[in-house]
Design a protein around this ligand. Structure first.
Ligand SMILES: Cc1cn([C@H]2C[C@H](O)[C@@H](COP(=O)(O)OP(=O)(O)O[C@H]3O[C@@H](C)C(=O)[C@@H](O)[C@H]3O)O2)c(=O)[nH]c1=O
Length: 183
């Protein structure tokens, strides 16, 4: 029997994944990824790179994608809490330009599966957060693309966290209208 529950969001292909935890007097155990269970749920990805980042409250990383080497991402939080967002950039999608968002935390142990063809980002809600994710394509620095986090046409409803902290690169990201990105 699988330890995973896969729930598709309003955007086709984007899944919230909950995991059964086994607690005892030592602490807990949980599986965080199992190829055969993901394939059985229709999520057949071959992950080739794992990443981890740490950020303080108000840090917003995103919205990021790779243009010619798109990455599917399986994302989760190790410490703290973030609001995680995927924006659909698939040209033939009925939900092109729309976003899905979910709170991921060290308490709910939730994961979000984001297919290729999306921009991805998150904002840190807790004092600090450690974030981990698997990618099915390696990092290509020359291929990076970004979308402005507060593009009014996408209108992500980011939670209120006070001051928002962006990288210099992310401050200069274009809007969807400006970059017309479609996969
Ligand atoms: C993403 C990445 C960055 N780096 C390096 C480049 C740079 O010097 C440093 C920090 O990179 P960034 O500022 O792009 O890191 P960050 O803003 O955390 O970028 C990440 O944001 C989230 C939202 C994503 O979805 C990821 O795909 C990725 O784009 O790390 C790698 O060596 N490998 C990687 O895979």
């Amino acid at each position: 029997m699988s330890n995973f529950t896969f729930t598709e969001t309003k955007i086709k292909g984007v899944y919230i994944i909950d995991v059964k935890m086994y607690g005892d007097n030592r602490g807990y155990f949980m599986e965080t990824y199992k190829e055969e269970d993901f394939i059985a749920a229709g999520l057949d990805y071959k992950f080739v790179q794992d990443n981890q980042s740490s950020s303080r409250r108000g840090v917003l990383r995103g919205l990021h994608f790779q243009k010619t080497f798109p990455q599917a991402k399986l994302v989760r939080v190790l410490k703290g809490e973030v609001f995680d967002v995927a924006v659909d950039l698939r040209k033939s999608s009925e939900t092109y330009g729309q976003w899905a968002g979910v709170l991921l935390s060290e308490e709910n142990h939730r994961q979000l599966m984001i297919p290729r063809g999306f921009a991805h980002g998150f904002i840190v809600v807790s004092e600090t957060a450690e974030f981990a994710y698997k990618c099915d394509e390696k990092y290509h620095p020359e291929d990076e693309g970004g979308l402005l986090w507060n593009d009014p046409d996408i209108a992500v409803e980011w939670p209120e966290v006070g001051e928002i902290i962006l990288s210099e690169k992310d401050k200069k990201n274009p809007t969807l209208k400006e970059c017309k990105m479609k996969f």
